[in-house]
Write a protein that binds this ligand. Structure first.
Ligand SMILES: Cc1cc2nc3c(=O)[nH]c(=O)nc-3n(C[C@H](O)[C@H](O)[C@H](O)COP(=O)(O)O)c2cc1C
Length: 189
């Protein structure tokens, strides 16, 4: 298969957040269910500045080492899972910033969007799918939406036990990851 495995992007960067725990859970399911490598990428570690490249990303000339690293990760991946919370019906600004740092890297890239939030994050999913689709990614049709309880949202302590909290969504995540791997196989030919 083209690429060196799959990326799982943890889409939020708040000091106290659930994104990393949920992205790690998704990556674990991917490895177990699909027998492929799923590597978690933390946007915080990427340390991309806010729109800090002087050139338009579509030209692919990057001056920052952080952009080059991010570009290399996406380029070499067989596919990308974006795990993101819903923020005010959309998705975090840090995630948009990361997506906008690149352009051609997204073309034909198999992408799966996994959202979480009070009702699962369907509105965030729709917005993000429109953006990534506009960059010519190969979107998986599945839209796993992981539901947080009102108590979890109000506690806002970063706590989440995905095996317990998302037990009823697990099979949807498994099927979605399998769809992503199948898209990557088709792309690889
Ligand atoms: C700025 C902001 C906006 C939010 N908007 C929504 C929303 O529109 N719908 C929703 O279900 N939850 C919303 N929430 C609650 C998040 O689903 C919840 O806080 C989740 O843990 C955020 O992910 P994170 O911890 O990885 O940052 C919002 C949270 C934040 C911080």
């Amino acid at each position: 298969m083209h690429g060196s495995g799959f990326l799982v992007v943890a889409g939020s960067v708040r000091p106290v957040r659930r994104a990393l725990a949920i992205a790690s859970w998704v990556a674990g399911i991917g490895a177990e269910t699909c027998g492929q490598r799923f590597e978690v990428v933390d946007l915080k570690d990427l340390n991309l500045g806010l729109d800090d490249e002087p050139g338009i990303p579509a030209k692919g000339v990057y001056l920052r080492a952080s952009t080059r690293r991010w570009s290399q990760l996406v380029t070499s991946a067989s596919g990308v899972v974006i795990v993101t919370p819903q923020y005010n019906w959309g998705y975090p600004a840090a995630l948009k910033n990361a997506i906008d740092h690149l352009y051609e890297e997204w073309r034909d890239k198999p992408v799966l969007v996994v959202t979480y939030g009070g009702h699962g994050g369907a509105r965030c999913s729709a917005q993000l799918r429109e953006v990534v689709g506009g960059m010519h990614a190969r979107l998986a049709s599945a839209r796993p939406a992981l539901k947080l309880s009102q108590a979890q949202i109000e506690a806002d302590d970063g706590a989440v036990d995905p095996d317990r909290d998302f037990a009823s969504e697990r099979s949807a995540v498994e099927a979605a990851l399998q769809e992503l791997v199948a898209l990557a196989r088709i792309r690889a030919g």
